[in-house]
Design a protein around this ligand. Structure first.
Ligand code: ADP
Ligand code: MG
Length: 316
């Protein structure tokens, strides 16, 4: 059996890539910048493929916010709701990930045997979710406080500056979980749940899209649990979880127990919409039978999988 063929004994690894790692702090998000930012994470994922079956999920905060702004700049065409824009980002980022990964595999001398698929993914949310009343998910570019105050939509202060916030209900279940599991068993590398998934509410047997953006960390944890992933890696634009983040005395942690994480969470160490959903995702995964979970930087996915970098979480 070749290294890139289905091998049920290889552990399943889910790598959740931050949308903010594709458009770095201070960048405007040109397509060249985004392709460049993907090189390093994809090189590492290519290097991990002989040993792991891999699912890639990704965020879309900057990208979906940019699409929203782009269409608001033009009054000639009808506005599209967020679930349509999320679907667009699954296509655009899935395409960028596939081509970059394919190039990296070629550079590693892979014989082109690895099968890929980018799957449009729906994620069910609850129509009564309080997230609909209280926009919390930062999207699009960062503004100065002054500019933000004059904008016709809600914004919130983040580590990047003031950003637009939109409704972000919690994911309940991944609609395509069985398909993803089957594809992994067949040896495909699967790119799924992009941008947290297309948010839908279940209407008896059909689904209806809703105007929101689900946090990709929470959807990734749901997918990891529902598919039975062994290792869950959340790759972002910082080396891991810090205490006193961006303040004097900032300290990055190498390990955290679920109980410690819960305590720091209560103490307000993790802001909503950025680090808090990552912590919640990891806790959800570990409390539902997940074996290993790490939060690391996109530069250190490989080392984090080996247990040499990032913040690793333990049940106790
Ligand atoms: P992603 O697109 O990867 O999900 P986010 O912006 O949502 O990125 O989350 C990562 C960000 O969380 C970091 O860039 C950092 O600014 C912020 N952050 C907030 N609190 C912490 C913390 N305690 N430790 C590390 N990073 C933190
Ligand atoms: Mg995020």
């Amino acid at each position: 059996m070749g290294p890139h063929q289905a091998n049920p004994s290889k552990p399943v690894l889910l790598v959740a890539l931050g949308g903010n790692a594709l458009i770095r702090k201070g960048q405007r998000g040109s397509i060249d910048e985004q392709f460049e930012n993907l090189q390093l994470p994809m090189r590492q994922i290519a290097g991990l493929l002989p040993e792991y079956r891999i699912i890639i999920t990704h965020g879309n905060g900057p990208q979906v916010g940019n699409l929203l702004l782009q269409q608001e700049c033009c009054s000639e065409v009808p506005r599209l709701p967020l679930e349509i824009l999320v679907a667009q980002t699954q296509g655009q980022i899935g395409y960028m990930i596939e081509t970059t990964l394919d190039n990296q595999l070629m550079q590693l001398g892979s014989n082109g045997q690895q099968l890929f698929v980018t799957l449009l993914s729906y994620v069910v949310v609850d129509e009564k979710d309080p997230g609909f009343q209280n926009p919390s998910k930062p999207i699009g570019p960062a503004f100065s406080q002054e500019t933000a105050a004059g904008l016709p939509y809600p914004t919130r202060r983040t580590a990047r500056g003031y950003r637009r916030v939109v409704a972000s209900p919690k994911p309940v279940t991944i609609v395509e979980k069985r398909e993803i599991k089957k594809l992994i068993e067949l040896g495909f590398l699967v790119i799924a749940c992009g941008g947290g998934g297309i948010p839908v509410i279940r209407d008896s047997r059909s689904f209806q899209g809703v105007d929101a953006v689900i946090d990709k960390d929470l959807s990734s944890a749901r997918l990891a649990i529902e598919v039975g992933v062994e290792i869950f890696v959340i790759a972002t634009d910082v080396p891991g979880v810090a205490l006193s983040y961006d303040q004097p005395g900032q300290q990055f942690l190498r390990r955290l127990t679920v109980a410690e994480a819960a305590r720091y969470r209560e103490q307000g160490e993790f802001p909503p919409g950025s680090m808090d959903p990552k912590i919640e995702a990891v806790m959800d995964f570990l409390q539902h039978g997940g074996a290993r979970a790490v939060i690391c930087s996109v530069e250190q996915i490989d080392r984090a999988v080996k247990g040499e970098a990032g913040t690793e979480f333990f049940v106790q």
